[in-house]
Design a protein around this ligand. Sequence first.
Ligand code: PHE
Length: 337
Amino acid sequence: LEKKAETAIREAADLDQLKDLRVKYLGKKGELTTILRGMKDLSPEERPVVGGLANEIRTGLERWIGNKEEELKKAALTTRLEAEALDVTLPAAPPSLGAVHPISAVIEQIEDIFIGMGFEVAEGPEVESDYYNFEALNLPKEHPARDMQDSFYITPEILLRTHTSPVQVRTMEAKEGQVPVKIICPGKVYRRDDDDATHSHQFHQVEGLVIDRGIAMSELHGILAGFAEKMFGMKLETRLRPSYFPFTEPSVEMDISCIQCGGEGCRMCKNTGWIEILGAGMVHPRVLEGAGYDSERYTGFAFGMGPDRIALLKYGIDDIRHFYTNDVKFLRQFQSL
Ligand code: PHE
């Protein structure tokens, strides 16, 4: 019995089998217990001998089972540790990074370039009064040029600004006739346009305003040509074409030689070799006077450009709606900006 039990215990494969063996040999109905129970049939001389032997075997078996139990528990722990092992040297899954929106990147670049030329960055409200958006910019009510910019009116006197030019007037008023004025103002503007590949009812502008003694058209051209080369990172030709804005006189639009074909003619410049990038002009004396500046002593120039359009040109994007529909696959392309 002892030999058989020892072998069985040694070969027990897991804790369950070991438990069965304990019941089999040492349990209430176990083999050893049966022997002990049978002792009442033995003679008084045999009893202590058999009893002693049986107890010895029981102690022995209990020790064997105890040892085996420990061994099996250790083995089970090792297996579990191996199964749950963590390799701390494995590279982690990369976190998904956000990206600067291409329009934000272009606006920041525009700001950097103008700050580098001594400009300050100003801000103004997107919900604007008719006075600042039109009236003070030499656009009285019923002026036909108001139709150039279809507006979202909130009340007859309040609207979403259609351009950043009202900040020209707000800046001049805040400066109380002092010079020099040298600011840019980036921001959102709103027009009642149907959205398509080149129009959006909400887009961005960066306004610029310079006022001082003796500011002439040549300063306007010099600063804006310098800006364009820095913005597109290459040597460019620029040209000023006559245009019309009620708040500047004379008014111009500035073209750059096509950054795609260099002026040869391609799809981007519609085979003209030129691309329009901004509107500008000498601040109209009536605007200067209205905002408290002596137009006999001071002159200035102003300009307005569209970062959306500049981003389209710079990155060769064919549809402005990409900027506003937040397709992550589109935006991820600008992760390095
Ligand atoms: N505000 C004009 C527009 O939105 C642009 C502009 C700004 C033109 C400043 C001249 C001077 O079209």
